[in-house]
Design a protein around this ligand. Structure first.
Ligand code: 5CU
Length: 362
């Protein structure tokens, strides 16, 4: 039974050079109060001058770009295969004219990294979403021909107006036609004002624990409400962090649709696919939720045949030096073990068999 990690990130060396060359988010730099440690600044506002140095981005080292460190991490945690993906914010920030070439270069780099460990590494490609829809669709078609690519990773901004933007239809059509699964991952969170004036005292907890999952939930709800899956019934999407809060809130979203007079007047409450149907036919969920309670909600919504193990490496490393087994990974393993108990077959499915089948990894 292979163990497969489908949520694990890299910044290939060429992307690290790009981040080091920049002075606005996203970027990497050393700050005067800790000159020997490079910090990765990617989330909006995390370099605000009032931010304490310990919550200014995160320390970054070779675990983010050196593929041998990824494989060492896999070995230390019993992971046989990883499906690596560029980490947020992907290429979203690039000027339109640079996006397509940058996506081709990054995807070729990541595909080549996978080739250094055949059978152990596959990847999700990245898309030039600040470019044109035609350029994005062309990269989807190209990725389908690269040997180690098994889909794409993207954020919730789409071409700039979110994932319910009709301008994305040619891209959804290309993804469906080329059987490229979308790994949907948050980055932008919620507007900082919702975290309140004391947010800086709470490190990254509010944006990561709540902003990320709510961003995903809102993005997918907008896709459902705009009928993306009514138009593209074969579009497959893997949601990060067990779907944000979507499994838990699906009933409430459906109930709000059923009671909305505006939607009813527009004829939009009937002849539509429900979120429940989409969760069982088009959506896959990772198991990166760190507790049995969240995992049970994901299981009830999508089923054990649609859930896949992940780690979020290299994010959430141990804070104490010398810990070789990461607490973040142990917590996800243990949630799966507790959720399935004696049902070893379902646990094995989530730990690896589902990924092998869904992502054609053999
Ligand atoms: O720690 C973080 O900020 C992150 C991030 O940005 N992306 C991610 O996938 N996990 C954690």
């Amino acid at each position: 039974m292979p163990i497969v990690d489908i949520h694990t990130h890299v910044y290939p060396p060429s992307f690290i050079s790009l981040l080091r060359s920049r002075t606005a988010v996203p970027y990497i730099r050393n700050f005067p109060d800790a000159p020997s440690s490079s910090r990765l600044i990617i989330l909006p506002g995390e370099d605000d001058p009032s931010t304490p140095s310990t919550s200014r981005g995160r320390p970054i080292g070779p675990e983010y770009w050196d593929i041998s460190r990824k494989v060492a991490f896999m070995d230390a945690h019993g992971i046989d295969v990883s499906v690596i993906s560029l980490a947020n914010p992907w290429l979203d920030f690039l000027p339109a004219a640079e996006a397509a070439a940058a996506a081709r270069a990054v995807n070729d780099d990541v595909n080549a990294l996978c080739g250094t460990h055949p059978g152990r590494l596959f990847a999700f490609g990245t898309l030039p979403l600040s470019g044109s829809a035609d350029e994005v669709a062309a990269e989807v078609a190209r990725l389908a021909r690269l040997p180690y690519m098994r889909g794409v990773i993207m954020g919730t901004s789409g071409l700039g107006k979110g994932l319910d933007d009709p301008a994305l239809d040619p891209i959804y059509a290309a993804l469906e036609r080329h059987r490229q699964l979308v790994f949907l991952h948050p980055h932008y969170g919620l507007p900082p004002s919702v975290y309140g004036p004391r947010a800086a005292e709470y490190g990254h907890v509010l944006p990561l624990a709540l902003g990320f999952p709510l961003e995903t939930t809102i993005a997918v709800a907008r896709m459902v409400l705009s009928g993306v899956w009514d138009r593209f019934q074969g579009l497959e999407v893997l949601l990060a962090h067990s779907g944000g809060t979507l499994p838990f809130l699906a009933g409430r979203i459906e109930s709000c649709v059923a009671h909305d007079a505006h939607l009813m007047k527009e004829g939009k409450t009937k002849n539509r696919r429900s979120i429940w149907d989409i969760l069982k036919k088009n959506i896959y969920l990772d198991a990166v939720i760190y507790s049995e309670v969240g995992l049970q909600s994901a299981l009830a919504a999508s089923g054990s045949d649609r859930l896949m193990f992940g780690t979020d490496h290299p994010f959430f490393p141990p804070l104490e030096a010398g810990e070789t087994e990461w607490l973040s990974v142990k917590t996800n393993y243990s949630a799966i073990k507790t959720a399935f108990g004696e049902d070893r077959k379902s646990a094995d499915a989530v730990l690896g068999d589902n990924a092998v089948r869904i992502l054609r990894l053999s």
